[in-house]
Design a protein around this ligand. Structure first.
Ligand SMILES: CC(C)(COP(=O)(O)OP(=O)(O)OC[C@H]1O[C@@H](n2cnc3c(N)ncnc32)[C@H](O)[C@@H]1OP(=O)(O)O)[C@@H](O)C(=O)NCCC(=O)NCCS
Length: 301
């Protein structure tokens, strides 16, 4: 196996993007073509490190890319066709100059790579699968009174609500893992301004405010494809939990998504998140695919 920097030799990459886009569309109902165009622009300008693994005959066996952001190396895509290719890529990425400068290394994605979870565990990562669930949006659901629609000034309040609902640091969390409020603000901005997790749908995003104006609940919705809405984030302030607020927010978001012409809603939930899994289960969400989340504190960082 020969691993090379994808900024130096990228023949075959168009086909690799197309394979990933087809896989995401058929299994996740997710149009990822715009994402791959962004990746390709960053790669061709030399801003995005990545690796391709080929055999001695030049045949492709896998690829990945990664980015060092605020001390965290984020592995953005990972694809391989064999354990040998997986091993070669993991070995090379973890010994890259970017990994040497990172405090943490994280991977979150819909990966097709034999042996990846085992290989990452052997390298000291904690690995947790995430479930990608989907539910049909049928009929004319109710839109609950007392709930509001997302407004342009909600970013700061949403970040504060999320920091309360996901308290503290959690190295395994694929977002705001250090728990700093600036991380939460950046995370919310990314959801509403960038398209990595689908195109933000403000009119489908539902909020709940306490009488004093504090944000108590949020169901943030994006669109992954013409007929697919995605619950990109869902949270209720701890003091307001256990009173049916998440159920109402989600029912309202589903009704609004249906009104926008969507036929299904998808979401990602960690296997360890029992309250959220029980909620989605009770609303008819079923398993469509598994994502992999992995993180480790870099021993050299
Ligand atoms: C998951 C979360 C949004 C639920 O909010 P909530 O307002 O407390 O939920 P509801 O009161 O509407 O409960 C709805 C259902 O969720 C499930 N549920 C909620 N809390 C639960 C708990 N502690 N244990 C088990 N199931 C629970 C139950 O199925 C419940 O239905 P029931 O009351 O008929 O039994 C909330 O716990 C939260 O914000 N958690 C932190 C952020 C998070 O994990 N978000 C989800 C990301 S995928």
């Amino acid at each position: 196996m020969i691993v090379s920097d994808w900024r130096e030799r990228a023949d075959g990459l168009d086909e690799a993007y197309q394979i990933e886009a087809r896989r995401a569309r058929s299994l996740l109902h997710w149009d990822t073509e715009p994402n791959w165009r962004i990746v390709e622009t960053a790669r061709s300008k030399g801003h995005l490190p990545g690796r391709i693994v080929r055999d001695v005959h030049g045949r492709w066996h896998g690829w990945t890319f990664f980015l060092l952001h605020e001390g965290a190396l984020q592995i953005g895509a990972f694809s391989s066709d064999s354990e040998a290719a997986t091993d070669a890529l993991v070995h090379d990425v973890l010994r890259s100059p970017e990994a040497a400068r990172a405090r943490r290394v994280m991977l979150f994605g819909f990966v097709a790579a034999p042996g990846l979870a085992e290989r990452l565990r052997a390298e000291g990562f904690t690995v947790e699968p995430y479930l990608y669930l989907s539910a049909r949006l049928g009929g004319r659901g109710a839109d609950h009174a007392g709930l509001q629609t997302w407004g342009p000034d909600d970013v700061g309040d949403a970040a504060e609500l999320l920091s309360a609902a996901y308290p503290g640091a959690d190295p395994m969390r694929p977002f705001a893992s250090e728990g700093r409020i600036t991380e939460w603000v950046e995370y919310v901005r990314t959801l509403v301004e960038a398209e990595g997790c689908g195109r933000f749908l403000p009119q489908t995003t539902v909020t709940a405010r306490h009488q004093v104006g504090r944000l108590d609940g949020l169901a943030l919705v994006t669109q992954l494809d013409r007929d697919t809405a995605h619950l990109a984030q869902m949270a209720v302030r701890p003091e307001a939990q256990g009173r049916g607020l998440a159920r109402r927010l989600l029912a309202s978001a589903r009704t609004r998504a249906r009104r926008e012409g969507c036929e299904r809603m998808t979401l990602l939930v960690s296997t360890g998140n029992a309250p959220a899994r029980a909620l989605y289960d009770s609303l008819g969400f079923t398993l469509r695919a598994e994502f992999l989340s992995a993180a480790r504190i870099n021993p050299r960082g």
